[in-house]
Design a protein around this ligand. Structure first.
Ligand code: CMP
Length: 141
């Protein structure tokens, strides 16, 4: 699974019509789309996805934001995908993100930061299976 990672174009970016530009940016950076869908998270699914942040002060606000509109989970493929995608999207806070990164270009704030990326191969696998069935993960093989 080391050549795959999970991303989500978050409701701020999807709702303001930036998904096409973000996908073009990621494809230009060498990522291939293995699986993708448009969906709206519920309190239950967003809460489960972000369970690791449950004790953080921003958890309630994060779940509210992530359920505020449609989002676009995608499994992406590239050599060393997890590290490469984190490099391509930049720091959590767009104010701290490097020039040319997705968050610098498209994010609004530390919370409304346009895009998610898995932080390890283990989480990439877990998060991919959270959104996609086995049959959907076969695409680019
Ligand atoms: P991400 O790293 O994809 O996953 C956790 C999310 O929580 C993060 O993106 C932001 O959307 C949000 N987040 C992280 N830190 C903060 C913070 N200090 N204040 C508000 N939201 C945050």
């Amino acid at each position: 699974m080391s050549n795959r990672t999970l991303t989500i174009i978050k409701p701020d970016a999807f709702g303001s019509g930036k998904s096409g530009k973000i996908i073009a940016h990621l494809e230009a950076a060498g990522f291939k789309i293995v699986a993708a869908r448009v969906m709206r998270l519920t309190d239950a699914t967003a809460g489960e996805f972000y369970a690791v942040h449950r004790e953080r002060p921003f958890y309630g606000s994060l779940v509210k934001f992530m359920t505020s509109g449609a989002c676009m989970p995608m499994v992406l493929e590239k050599a060393n995908a997890v590290a490469e995608l984190r490099k391509a999207i930049g720091a959590t806070d767009p104010a701290e993100a490097e020039a040319g990164t997705v968050r610098k270009l498209f994010a609004e704030s530390k919370e409304r930061n346009a895009i998610h990326a898995s932080d390890s191969d283990e989480n990439a696998e877990r998060e991919s299976r959270f959104f996609f069935a086995e049959s959907e993960l076969l695409a680019a093989r």
